[in-house]
Design a protein around this ligand. Structure first.
Ligand code: NAD
Length: 325
């Protein structure tokens, strides 16, 4: 079995390649060649543990991720909110052929799903402004993905932690060679946004939905329990909603479940799944005024596609440590 640590995964996984792989995974999901049971969500007193299996027939990827979301980890233990490990199996024998760190992989594959959604749904103008809510781990990969699929001229970042904003600007400004500015307020940032990404750990809405400009595209990745949400009912009501998975959103996403419970929307308001847009079963944006919103809960097919990409590259380049169990 091959072991790949975080640094090795980081060396092997690039955003453009991951967007391509994740796009194929969403196409497999919509075409019926993917097997993805609903993930198991196990709540502990301190956080949430998720068990996420998937099989992608065309890509030949079989995997299971164990990932945790412990919101107090950064303050309490100096550890990241999201940590995980990935088991990749040989689909012919079922044997586990690789174990890899999945914290970085999770951020990149989450960014990649937003990249796919943005590629299909956002307007095509040059020199767009991206606004990122949250300045943590996921937020970095969100902005990175935006720069791969659209011409981003500048970005605003908003976070309740000033230190997080400062670090984000320094690190991502250098990495992406991009002008990144701290947003004065959510409202002020919305006035210029062409693309918005929400990647916060907030349990309540992070901006007023009625202030979002016509034509904006949003990628919303942060909320994933029925009682928490980053988005208010106003933006959910105004937007054309594309889910990563309808079933997952209806089971897990407070962003969708709370407006449904309030009667602000009906289930039919969920327009499509991303895979249906990728495979042209459902048309994407119809005009430049429409607000489009990708709601991401995070799917095991994204992990399977990203892990297969990393593993194949590792084998080709001779990276990693072989162990006999
Ligand atoms: N959809 C997916 O596939 C997916 C994948 C991984 C993580 N997530 C979720 O994304 C969220 C962020 O994860 P992370 O790893 O980046 O965590 P993180 O702790 O690194 O960053 C979260 C940031 O959100 C900020 N924040 C909290 N409330 C805010 C508010 N009201 N306005 C602005 N910023 C606020 C925090 O200060 C922090 O900097 C979590 O909820 C996580 O569970 C989703």
């Amino acid at each position: 079995m091959l072991l790949l640590n975080r640094d090795e995964v980081k060396r092997l996984l690039d955003m453009a390649g991951c967007i391509e792989a994740v796009e194929k995974a969403f196409a497999e999901l919509a075409s019926g060649t993917a097997v993805m049971p609903l993930r198991i969500n196990l709540f502990t007193p301190d956080g949430l543990a998720l068990y996420m299996p998937a099989y992608l027939k065309k890509m030949g990827a079989l995997s299971c991720k164990v990932v945790t979301s412990y919101k107090a980890n950064p303050q309490k233990h100096g550890l990241p909110t999201i940590m995980g490990k990935m088991l990749l199996q040989d689909p012919e024998t079922g044997d586990v052929i690789c174990t890899m760190d999945a914290a970085y992989l999770t951020a990149v594959r989450t960014g990649a799903a937003s990249g796919v959604a943005t590629k299909y749904l956002a307007r095509h103008d040059r020199g767009q402004t991206a606004v990122i809510f949250g300045a943590g781990v996921q937020a970095r990969a969100q902005l990175w993905a935006m720069t791969v699929v659209r011409d981003i001229a500048r970005a605003y970042v908003y976070d309740i932690s000033r230190e997080a904003v400062r670090n984000f600007i320094q690190e991502m400004g250098e990495q992406l060679d991009l002008e990144i500015v701290a947003a004065e307020s959510p409202e002020r940032a919305l006035e210029e946004a062409d693309i918005i990404c929400t990647a916060t750990s907030s349990p309540t809405p992070v901006f007023p939905g009625e202030k979002v400009r016509e034509g904006t595209h949003l990628n919303c990745v942060g909320s994933h329990t029925p009682e928490t949400r980053e988005l208010d009912s106003a933006i959910i009501k105004r937007a054309k909603i594309i889910a990563d998975s309808r079933q997952a959103c209806l089971n897990e996403a407070g962003d969708i479940i709370i407006p449904l419970r309030e009667g602000a929307i009906k289930e039919s308001h969920l327009y499509a799944e991303l895979g249906e847009v990728v495979t042209s079963k459902k048309p994407s944006r119809t005009d430049d005024k429409e607000i489009t919103l990708f709601k991401s809960t995070g799917l095991a097919i994204q992990d399977a596609a990203a892990a297969k990409l990393v593993y194949d590259k590792a084998v080709a380049m001779g990276i990693g440590t072989e162990v006999e169990l």
